[in-house]
Write a protein that binds this ligand. Structure first.
Ligand SMILES: [Zn+2]
Length: 264
């Protein structure tokens, strides 16, 4: 008998939440170190202000932040609220994944992609880059996980055409506007997403993210928070679109096809 199916439901929930908090804590390390091209494993976490190494005791997700009242034990510099927010968001994301997929391979894959997408989104918002150190391993992971979910052929097609269409549109944009609209990071990210989800669903991700991106862009223009030359990072929209499609891809496509047939 499978140990995971015989474990009480609430114990599974607690395990998933703890895993989420631990992953969230690692995401915080990645957010700080990947843009600076530092190792994410060594040295141990340090205070951004006084650089002192943080003891394991002061590095427990959420709890340490609350006990230290959001301040470094040594220099009392405030610790960004982003740390606990990232930890809680990761735990909630994994919980939603677990409720949707149960203890399945699909959930295990989700435990890898959702923290990666969250990391990408925050780094892209803060630094306007998407690190190769996430997207390149992501392409390999996408091919392996995609082969399991949809087969190697569909996975390879998703990689080639997903990455290809963004490469093409960024080329066209560059020729027309004379400056770079979409970075190489976006292209490598969508190649990884294409490998994971396949051809049909990667187009849906591109469509959804472009749609969400233009709404945010229009709202930003209307509220004068942005101007025509503003560069809105595209990574968070690609990440959001990917998660939506991962949860409900086929049903969105089927709903769309049904409504098209219905309207004729
Ligand atoms: Zn300090």
């Amino acid at each position: 008998m499978n140990i995971l199916t015989t474990t009480p439901f609430y114990l599974n929930i607690i395990t998933v939440l703890l895993l989420g908090l631990a992953l969230g804590s690692f995401i915080n390390v990645c957010i700080h170190r990947l843009p600076k091209n530092e190792s994410t494993i060594a040295p141990r976490s340090y205070c951004q202000s006084c650089k002192i190494k943080i003891s394991a005791w002061d590095n427990i997700p959420i709890i340490s932040y609350l006990l230290l009242k959001g301040k470094c034990r040594e220099c009392t510099a405030s610790i960004s609220l982003l740390y606990p927010i990232v930890e809680i968001s990761t735990a909630l994301l994994l919980l939603i994944g677990f409720i949707n997929f149960g203890m399945t391979i699909r959930f295990a894959i989700f435990c890898v992609i959702s923290p990666a997408l969250l990391t990408i989104s925050i780094i892209d918002i803060k630094h306007k880059i998407i690190p190769d150190r996430i997207t390149l391993p992501g392409i390999i992971f996408g091919l392996i996980a995609g082969s399991y979910l949809i087969g190697l052929k569909e996975s390879s097609l998703g990689l080639i055409f997903g990455g290809g269409i963004l490469l093409l549109s960024s080329e066209v944009y560059y020729r027309v506007r004379g400056h770079i609209g979409m970075g190489g990071g976006d292209i490598k990210l969508i190649a990884a997403v294409g490998a994971l989800l396949g051809l049909k669903q990667v187009f849906l991700v591109i469509f959804l993210s472009a749609f969400m991106g233009s709404i945010v862009g229009l709202v930003g223009l209307a509220g004068k928070k942005l101007n025509a030359m503003s560069q809105v990072p595209f990574g968070p929209f690609l990440a959001g679109g990917t998660l939506i499609v991962y949860f409900s891809g086929e049903s969105i496509i089927n709903m769309y096809i049904k409504s098209m047939i219905g309207s004729y």
